[in-house]
Design a protein around this ligand. Structure first.
Ligand code: ADE
Ligand code: ZN
Length: 329
């Protein structure tokens, strides 16, 4: 069976990372930008490893230069995501790629994204919320304007603050200032950790940044006491198995710790991260979880309920989306 039609909640995507390669190629052509080196012979994104992935990602982002580009991107991404049964999606967006961290520019980019999200919601029935994101390898200072953008635009669409990028750049405490800013404004928090780092990176992220969700978090598997802390604090993991397999954070689907995490009692959810980069979709993730671990409709329903409970949205949205997850009578 195909799991395409199951209504899904997806918490961990990067808006620019969802850009289909053809979309980025089209923008590059319009603007006369030569980024041919980022594609393989089949037209897909080409990268060797995680650091190279980040370089290719940033090269693709150089084609996204205006609010209108982000409006078109948002619409293209939501059309593709909705086609895989996703009814609620959260996406990381970085002010660094939307006007270089400038607040006035960010507001213009944001307005364009909200415009597209509203149109997609009316046409396709998919709800999108944004998580403003600092880029870790740009350093702690660069994360401060990103957090300021989150604080100044927190509301109906901007519902969270987070940090992505090269995890091994510094320690979590180095980024505490921006997370403190966001927390003091009442903004829900998540942070990539334990994608590449071990248990100590996850533990420090929880303790120093005060997040309620962790992006990936798979590195926690090696520390039973940390798993107990994650369970006790009800921290939810945004697990992206296909991403981890392609980037070689794990040895393969068989070796992925998502089952062990779930069996240990951790709240796990599943997302695609940057689907075209990893040749994945939410349907493909569910298919692989089914084939590799035997997960079926009941597992997916429970997981989507976990994801919705952890979503950074308002309660009206949560209640509305909950109805979409109910099995058809
Ligand atoms: N930005 C986009 N995808 C990412 C990932 N998998 N890890 C860290 N930063 C990212
Ligand atoms: Zn990610």
């Amino acid at each position: 069976m195909s799991f395409r039609s199951i209504p899904k909640v997806e918490l961990h995507t990067h808006l620019e990372g969802c850009a289909p390669p053809a979309f980025i190629r089209g923008l590059a052509k319009e603007k006369n930008i030569d980024i041919s080196g980022i594609f393989d012979a089949n037209g897909g994104y080409a990268f060797r490893d995680f650091d190279h992935f980040l370089q290719i990602y940033e090269a693709a982002c150089t084609t996204l230069q205006s609010p209108e580009d982000f409006r078109r991107l948002t619409m293209a991404v939501l059309e593709e995501t909705a086609a895989h049964g996703v009814v609620y999606m959260e996406t990381f967006v970085s002010p660094d790629f939307c006007g270089g961290g400038d607040l006035a520019a960010w507001k213009d980019y944001l307005a364009a994204m909200v415009d597209a999200a509203d149109e997609a919601e009316a046409k396709l029935g998919i709800t999108l919320k944004g998580i403003v994101t600092g880029i870790r390898h740009f350093g702690p200072e660069a994360c401060k304007p990103a957090a300021k953008c989150a604080v100044e635009t927190f509301g109906d669409f901007v519902t969270g603050y987070g940090m992505a990028g090269g995890e091994m750049a510094g320690r979590p405490a180095d980024y505490a200032y921006s997370f403190d800013m966001a927390r003091e404004a009442g903004i829900p928090l998540t942070c990539h950790a334990g994608e590449w780092g071990g248990p100590s990176m996850v533990a420090e992220t929880i303790r120093h940044l005060g997040v309620t969700r962790i992006g990936h978090g798979i590195g926690a598997i090696d520390d039973r006491a940390l798993l107990d802390e994650i369970i006790e604090k009800e921290i939810v993991l945004e697990v992206c198995p296909g991403s981890n397999v392609v980037l070689k954070a794990v040895g393969g689907w068989d070796a992925h710790p998502i089952v062990k995490l779930r069996d240990a009692g951790v709240k796990v959810t599943v997302s695609t991260d940057d689907p075209p980069f990893f040749h994945t979709t939410m349907t493909a993730e569910y298919d692989m979880l089914n084939r590799t671990f035997g997960w079926g409709e009941d597992d997916f329903r429970a997981m989507n309920e976990t994801a919705l409970a952890a979503a950074f949205c308002d309660e009206d949205t949560r209640a509305r989306v909950a109805k979409r997850l109910e099995p058809a009578q």
